[in-house]
Structures are given as structure tokens and as C-alpha cells.
Write a protein that binds this ligand. Structure first.
Ligand code: ZN
Length: 258
């Protein structure tokens, strides 16, 4: 992989792998969390230490197709980062949604949680069951107001453009949706075939490298910690087998496994 980065706190991190070019886009400043805050009682470590979580989404030019993995929080900001790369928001053809937490999907709309589509010509890959859940009134009732408004608005705007994925699904040529539920229901990773080894975006399946070293560790805050642990193990074993270039939303900046 050739990496061309400017400085540590750049908003964009450009890379190339097997003929696919890409950019990790910072959507928020890093946040610092204590390791033990993210581990249940039985797994506490001595000494504790601070972890640095990045907040990112990712752009790929995959076989001449403009693809985004998640959309960040602020549609305008991500669109302006893309324009620095010479890509108009209207050029984005596919958005691979890993899950529907606010920091991953709010940027699909131009005003946070409302407004028009940031990427008016895109198709949207998402877990079929998760998309179904988002249509249920009880889902809306359980969500904070800004999120229920966001999902209702998204339904109005993209219903005819979602690519519903049920199990492992090829969402476009050489782009595979891989179910990795647990962090959230319907969480997915995406694998991109390249001329070299694949690029694998794992979303929030592993938040920090410590959970890649310790596959038995759960994460406080995962919706289903045991299922998340199984998904993490499965996707990381797959990465090891395929020698994939692994990208994760919250891995230390720039979010690419060394
Ligand atoms: Zn996240």
C-alpha cells in the first residue's frame, strides 16, 4: 500500500491499495477513553490506559465507481472534504452503510437529521432486517427525536434506492456486504476486491487494536456483546486469511490497521 498523508491532524488521509484509491475522512476530533471504561468488570486491566478513538468515514474510488462507507455526522462537511479531492457529492454512486448510529449516517442528509439528501444519485446498501426495523413505529418511539426524524426522512427519500442485504451479498461488482451483527443489530462490514489483497472496512466491529489482540474481550456498549465478539472473531480471521487491508471507523487515526 502506498500512503500519502500530510500531517497527523489532517482531515483527509489518502491511500492506494491494489489499484483502488481512497481517503479516510475525519468527521470529529479524536476522543480519549479509558480502556477499563470499555471493558466489563471481569476484564479490567491493570494498569489502565487511555485509548484514542478516531471518528471517520471512508471514500473509495473502486474500479471507477465512487463509493462511501458511511457518511459521518455532517453532510456538508463530508461533501466539502470530497470536493477537495475533486469529487462532487452528486458523483457518489454507492453508500455502504455499516450500521445506523448517528455518527455513521446523520451525514446522509444535508442538515443534521433533516433536509435533503447529501448524495442525490447514490444507492444505499444496508442490512434488510435493519431497514425493516427502521420502519416500525416502536423503533421511532424508542429513539431520541432527532434520530427518529432522521430515519423517517431517509425512508421518504431513499426507499426506492436501498440495496437490501440478507446474508453475504454482492452489492456491486467486487463489493461484498458481510453481516457482522452485535455492535448493533444489522451491523455490516464491506469487502472490496482489488488487484492486490482486498480492502476490508469493518465499521465498528473492532473499535480499537486491543480487541484485535484479545478476541475474547467484550465491549461495554455493544448491543449484544457475545454476538459482537463472534462477529469480530469471524471478520478478523477472514482478514488474516485474505491479507486484507483493514479499515475501521474508530481505530486510531487514520483508522487503517498497520
Ligand atoms: Zn461508531
Amino acid at each position: 500500500m502506498n500512503r500519502t498523508s500530510k500531517t497527523e491532524d489532517d482531515k483527509l488521509y489518502l491511500f492506494e491499495h491494489g489499484g483502488t484509491t481512497g481517503a479516510v475522512i475525519r468527521i470529529l476530533p479524536d476522543s480519549s477513553r479509558s480502556l477499563n471504561e470499555m471493558l466489563p468488570e471481569a476484564f479490567q486491566q491493570q494498569p489502565d490506559h487511555q485509548l484514542s478513538l478516531a471518528y471517520t468515514c471512508c471514500y473509495l474510488n473502486h474500479r471507477d465507481r465512487h463509493v462511501l462507507i458511511d457518511s459521518g455526522i455532517d453532510g456538508d462537511e463530508v461533501a466539502s472534504a470530497l470536493s477537495e479531492l475533486g469529487i462532487a457529492a452528486a458523483d457518489i454512486e454507492l453508500i455502504c452503510i455499516t450500521h445506523v448510529d448517528r455518527d455513521h449516517v446523520a451525514g446522509l442528509l444535508l442538515q443534521i437529521g433533516d433536509g435533503e439528501l447529501t448524495y442525490p444519485h447514490a444507492k444505499y446498501a444496508i442490512d434488510a432486517e435493519l431497514w425493516g426495523e427502521l420502519h416500525k413505529p416502536e423503533t421511532y418511539e424508542s429513539l431520541p427525536k432527532h434520530l427518529s426524524r432522521l430515519f423517517q426522512r431517509l425512508q421518504e427519500l431513499i426507499e426506492d434506492r436501498v440495496i437490501l442485504c440478507d446474508g453475504e451479498t454482492e452489492v456491486a461488482k467486487g463489493i461484498t456486504f458481510i453481516p457482522t451483527p452485535g455492535h448493533r443489530p444489522g451491523h455490516a462490514a464491506y469487502e472490496f476486491a482489488t488487484d492486490d489483497t482486498p480492502i476490508l472496512h469493518i465499521g465498528d466491529a473492532a473499535l480499537q487494536p486491543q480487541w484485535i489482540e484479545h478476541l475474547d474481550w467484550p465491549v461495554v456498549g455493544d448491543s449484544d456483546p457475545e454476538q459482537a465478539r463472534q462477529s469480530r472473531k469471524m471478520i478478523l480471521e477472514r482478514a488474516e486469511e485474505t491479507l486484507a487491508l483493514v479499515i475501521g471507523t474508530h481505530l486510531p487515526w487514520p483508522g487503517i490497521l498497520a
